[in-house]
Structures are given as C-alpha cells and as structure tokens.
Design a protein around this ligand. Structure first.
Ligand code: ZN
Length: 614
C-alpha cells in the first residue's frame, strides 16, 4: 500500500516552481515563454534542454529526457518516487500529513514488526561479519574464490560457523521468535529451543535499496548440501521483487541507466570487483513482472545474462517473456556453455565481458535465433513452421519499422523471400494459397490487422516526414493528408506541412515558435522512437507503396462487405434489378481497385527486388 494518496503528486507539482528547481542544477535562460539551458542528462555545447513554467515540464530535444518536477528531481538525486516527494515537500513547504494514507492499527503493528525483523537481521549480519574475520578456513575460501577484502566489506560478507547454536546463543532469547520468523533458526524437533539454519557457510546479506537487510544467502564452504541456501520468504523478504546487489549497484544504475541481470551472488560480486557495478542477480527464482517494474524504475536498458546451455536458453526465454512488458530495451547475453559471469570475468577480464554486453542480442533477435532450436531447418516443412513461428514473433512487435527490420533480417538469415515473410506477418489474404483465400472471402469482414497496419504505416510516414522538407515531399507525394486514418498523425503532419512552407529543416526552436512546446515535444518523441534508416529515399518509396497497398486492401474489403450486405434479402428494400445494378457498380469499382493494386504490387516488388510467391 502506498504511503500517500494519489493527490500528492498533483499538489506537489502545483507548489514546486520547476524553473527554480531545475535552475538549481542548470543555468537557465528565458526564451519567449520557456527557459532553456544545457541538458544535465547528456553532454552538449548548445542548449536543447527546455523548461516550461506553464506546463510544469522539462524536455530535452537532444536526448529526449523529459517529465515533471518530481521526475527531474528523482533523476538528479537518484531517488525513488516516495523519497523525492518527501524531499521536495520539505523544500517547497507542502504539508504531507494531509496526504498520508490513514494506517489501521493492524498496519501500524505490521510496521513495528518489520522494523524489529530488520533489526534482528542486522544483528545477525554483524555476528556473521565478526565470525568471518576470526575464521581462517573462511578467509582461505575467500582467497580461493578471488574475493578481495574490500569487496567482502562492500557486500558485508560474513561466515556462519560450523556449529548448531552459534547464532542462537549469541542473540538474546527474546529475539529467538524473530529469528524464527526470518528463517535464520528453526525449532528443535523435540520442541525445546532453536538451532541455526546456516552452518559452515559463507554468508551473503541481501539488502534492499534502503539498506535494510531483508534476507541471507549462504554458500557451503565444505561439501554440505545444498550448495546454496537462501532465507525463506518472510514479511520482509519477497524473492519475486528482490535483487541481490541492488544497493551496491544503485549509483551505477542511475548513471548508466542500464543493468546486467545475472544468476548468482558470486557473479554479482566478481563483476562489481572487476568494476562492472551495474550487475544484480535474482535470488534463485525466475524473473517476475514485479522484478520488471523495479528495473523499469531504474534503467532504460536491461541485459539478461545466461549460460549458453539448454537450461540457460530456457531461462532466458522465460525471462524475455516476462520482461517484454517493460519500457526498457531488453537484450540477452548468452555466455559460452558452462561458464558463468564469475568464471568469465576472472578468465577474460572486465573489458571482454563489457564487449559481450555491448554486442548482446536484442530480445527479438534472441527469440528468432532461439526458435531455431525447435525445428530441423533442413526439411522444407519444418522450415515453413519455423518461419510461421518467427512471423508470429515479428507480428507482436509494436513498431512498424522494427517489423520491417526483422522481416529483412529473417529473409537474409534463412535465404528466403522477404515478401513471403512480409505477408505471413501481416496476414494479407493474397499471400495465402488459393483455397484458403476463398475461405477468407466468404467470411469477409474488415481485418483489424489491416487497420493496425495502416496506423503503423502512417506513423512511419510522419517519422520520415520529420527528417526534413525534401523527405516530407518525397513521402507525401500521392498521399492525401486529409485521408489519414490516425487522427494524431493527421494533426501533426498537417502542422508539419504548414511548417515546411516556411522552413526547410526541423528546428525545435522554430517549431516551438510556430506552434507550441507540446507539439514540439510530441514531434520530437516521434522522431526519437523512429528507427528510420539512412537510406531515406528508398524507405520513403517503400513506405509509400506499402501504405497505398494497405489502403487499397482495406477499400477492397469494404466493398466486399457492402456487396455481402446486398445479398442478404432482409437487409434492404430494393428491387431485384436495383440490387443487381448496385452489385455491378460495386464489382466494377472493386475491379478498378484491384487493377490499381496489381500495379502497386508490381511497383513494390520492383522496389524490394524480390519475386512474389503465391
Ligand atoms: Zn539531454
């Protein structure tokens, strides 16, 4: 449950003077209705960072950073939402008590219990820490694993002695029930007293972002099984949201906006020791959606790191499936079979590891490659199945441009006709074998994917048009701007048309001047999300023709639906001759459209340089 009601952000934003707040970090100059300065989120020499008092927002036209005062403060001070709200409320004099969620007696009780459990974990951690200093076998083990004393201290490593009651005896008897609750001890079978759960193990305290110790991991130093033992879930420890190393990684995550997710305690520790301090690990569990939300708060890019064996690939597939709802960009790093990051970085060094991270596959590439393992691509049937599977993956992508990129990627990878994959992805009936096409005509209804395709293509038209005036002219020849279906795109592109009557290139200052900051920001975000390549002219032509085809398909489908309606006798009060006359008109119109389509297909195929298959 949140600590404050939903109104708190609004109340705070009204009170915070964003120009004053940002002005504490950035030198701002007034430009018209807005303020401008050098962006604190990226290096620049000419200011493209705009703050608007009116809208209580900031936006950088250089790197795309933007948001309200709370978001700005969170980013600058590396705070989470609640901490930022509290600090800003204090600075700008907002009384937070009014917005506090009233706690029930039960909630207050649970807050007190949690505090006591954190405390008992802290005392246990101190005990383990002392024991590590005293025990030579444990020290020797650290040496053998290559953990330096500074690293051990940074992660608060400890040692649980090889004894049944070392921790139990160290703590006061009144704390024993609390130790039981966090799973550090268990009740003796005969019912009298407790015994230590962690024995003869190297201890990894698990901390949350606020420095609370929420649980422990223990690695056997001898041959005890299991090799790794974790605290059980408790009131303060949930494996589905926790990351090992998040506290130590917090600063790097804020700076780099990127995280490497590994599988084990030792992986995190050795990566940090090697200077790769944006690594965290899940705690022996699969990734969850709650994990994804935590990561989304910190970073824009997530690299999942897995062993290259079958188990690793399966875990990566699961992880990608769970994390795909994230805003952050997702990539998968597959290590050589049988190696974990700990081994790898010790053998090959930090630089080699960083290089692999940089070259890690985007999640979609990984999924397309991983799907290959299910099929024998040497047989034509299985290859087709594989391509259908891949088309499904591509169909699920949000961006039209990404779809187009992966269609070409698969076509190249499999030496296959990209047109065929294109049609599989979009499900156009013309791509299907004849008998199937017939079935589709019978149950004709306008396929929603056609409208999606039209919407996406219109976005791409705008993305291309945003480059400069000649790109705009190129893409918008033949396109009737009034006929655009996506009303947001229509609005923006018509504004852009006005703009290009005056200017030849896109300058944010000029757009702000001519329209308003909101429009400028929307256009900037649009251009930023675009991955339109360098070959603008070709892309413009390809997009234009795809758009034309998609529109024609939709029109043809509409005509067919109309004709269907005519055939239902109850639906109209027309005479037989009127119906047949109307039908004839519709058929003629349809034939006309089909002719246009045939020409468009020809044009598209000549652009793609491929041949069409049925
Ligand atoms: Zn910037």
């Amino acid at each position: 449950m949140s600590k404050y009601t939903n109104e708190v952000a609004e109340a705070l934003l009204e009170r915070v003077d964003i120009v004053d707040l940002v002005g504490r970090y950035v030198e701002l100059k007034r430009t018209g209705r807005n303020h401008k300065g050098l962006c604190p989120f990226h290096n620049e020499k000419t200011p493209s960072f705009v703050v608007t008092e009116e809208k209580h927002r900031y936006h950088c036209f250089g790197c795309g950073a933007g948001g309200d005062a709370i978001a700005f403060y969170m980013a600058m001070e590396n705070l989470d939402f609640i901490d930022a709200v509290e600090a800003l409320a204090e600075r700008y004099g907002l009384d937070l008590d009014r917005y506090k969620v009233q706690n029930s007696a039960q909630e207050q009780e649970s807050a007190i219990l949690k505090k006591a459990l954190y405390q008992v974990n802290r005392e246990a951690a101190i005990f383990y820490l002392r024991k590590l200093k005293e025990d030579s076998a444990a020290q020797a083990y650290l040496n053998k694993r290559g953990i330096e004393p500074l690293t051990a201290r940074r992660f608060g490593l400890g040692f649980a002695p090889d004894a049944w009651q070392a921790l139990t005896d160290y703590m006061e008897p009144k704390q024993h029930p609390l130790l039981l609750q966090v799973g550090l001890v268990d009740r003796r079978k005969n019912g009298n007293g407790y015994y230590d759960k962690f024995r003869n193990r190297l201890i990894f305290p698990i901390q949350d972002q606020r420095q609370n110790i929420i649980g422990f991991g223990g690695r056997a130093i001898g041959d005890d099984m299991p090799k790794y033992l974790n605290s059980p879930e408790s009131v303060i420890f949930s494996k589905g949201t926790a990351f090992y190393g998040i506290l130590q990684a917090k600063e790097a995550l804020g700076k780099l906006r990127s995280v490497i997710v590994v599988e084990g305690y030792m992986d995190v520790i050795m990566l940090h020791q090697a200077g790769i301090t944006n690594a965290v690990a899940t705690l022996g569990t699969a990734l969850t959606e709650a994990h994804a939300r935590v990561l989304d708060r910190y970073v824009d890019e997530v690299t999942l790191c897995f062993d290259g064996d079958e188990a690793g690939r399966k875990a990566a597939l699961r992880g990608v499936g769970i994390l795909k709802a994230m805003k952050a960009k997702l990539r998968v790093l597959t290590l050589p079979v049988g190696q974990d990051p700990d081994d790898f970085v010790r053998k090959n060094g930090a630089e080699a590891f960083q290089k692999m991270v940089q070259e890690a596959d985007p999640a979609t590439t990984f999924l397309i490659q991983a799907a290959k393992h299910k099929y024998n691509l040497n047989t034509p049937n299985e290859k087709l199945e594989y391509l259908k599977n891949v088309a499904m993956i591509i169909r699920g992508l949000d961006s039209e441009v990404e779809k187009s990129y992966y269609i070409d990627y698969v076509a190249k990878d499999q030496s296959y006709d990209s047109n065929a994959i294109y049609r599989e992805v979009y499900g156009f009936s013309k791509a299907r074998p004849q008998f199937e096409a017939k079935k589709q005509i019978e149950k004709v209804a306008i396929d929603p994917t056609q409208y999606n395709a039209i919407f996406e293509l219109e976005k791409k038209i705008l993305e291309i048009a945003l480059r400069n005036k000649s790109a705009f002219d190129l893409i918008c020849t033949d396109v009737d701007l009034d006929q655009l279906e996506n009303s947001e795109v229509k609005d923006l592109i018509k504004r852009l048309e006005l703009y290009y009557r005056v200017y030849d290139t896109v300058g944010h200052d000029e757009i702000v001047e001519m329209f308003d900051l909101d429009t400028a920001i929307r256009l900037d975000q649009m251009a930023r999300n675009s991955i339109v390549g360098e070959n603008l002219a070709r892309e413009a032509m390809v997009t234009r023709i795809h758009y034309k085809l998609a529109k024609l398909d939709a029109q043809i489908a509409e005509l067919r639906a109309e004709r269907e309606k005519l055939e239902q006798p109850s639906a109209n009060a027309l005479s037989v001759s009127e119906v047949s006359h109307l039908k004839l008109v519709l058929i003629r119109k349809e034939m006309e459209l089909k002719k246009m389509k045939t020409e468009a297909v020809k044009e598209r195929d000549s652009l793609r340089g491929g041949t069409s298959i049925g």
